[in-house]
Design a protein around this ligand. Structure first.
Ligand SMILES: [Ca+2]
Length: 177
């Protein structure tokens, strides 16, 4: 009985750790939809209070953006590396060609990564925006579609991981197998 209770307490503590991400910093991005050109402009505005990854107490951050359609990696683009800073200001626009149809099935993954000259680059934190996410991460995408040619800006707390994207069609596929 007491062992069982103890286990439950541990589980709860682990659960709390999982839902409260450590302070990795904040990323500000702007989305703008140009329906006539069938294009979406993703502007990486800035990041704030990033987690230091280097021995200097700073990081050398860049942002990689991955475009997914129906959960499949379609394209990726990245910003330049800004050295020795925890508060990089990019104001860099990344263009993605996107048809009206694909726009309804799109997600964007943003990864803030510390560049290292020696060894492999390390992930600082990430976020996801698009139709398969919840809350503001989803609403931001639809606000962009509803207001074409207007840049919509939003700041996000970075997370250690992003939830797995489950596609609307994937369940049907599993059932038919
Ligand atoms: Ca570094």
């Amino acid at each position: 009985m007491s062992t069982q209770l103890k286990c439950q307490l541990i589980d709860e503590a682990t659960f709390n750790l999982l839902i409260s991400d450590p302070d990795l910093g904040e990323l500000t991005v702007s989305l703008c939809c140009l329906p006539n050109a069938k294009r979406v402009t993703v502007t990486i505005v800035k990041a704030n209070s990033l987690k230091p990854m280097d021995i200097t107490g700073k990081s050398d951050p860049y942002v990689k953006v991955i475009l997914l359609i129906n959960g499949k990696n379609i394209r990726k683009k990245k910003t330049s590396v800004l050295c020795n800073t925890l508060n990089p200001i990019y104001n860099e626009s990344l263009e993605f060609d996107l048809s009206d149809e694909d726009r309804e099935n799109t997600d964007l993954i943003f990864k803030v990564i510390d560049y290292d000259r020696v060894g492999s680059n390390e992930l600082i934190g990430c976020i996801g925006i698009g139709v398969h996410f919840d809350g503001i991460n989803r609403d931001h995408w639809y606000q962009m579609i509803e207001h074409p040619r207007v840049p919509i800006t939003q700041s996000y707390n970075l997370r250690e991981t992003i939830p797995i994207i489950t596609c609307k069609n994937s369940k049907t596929t599993q059932q038919t197998k």
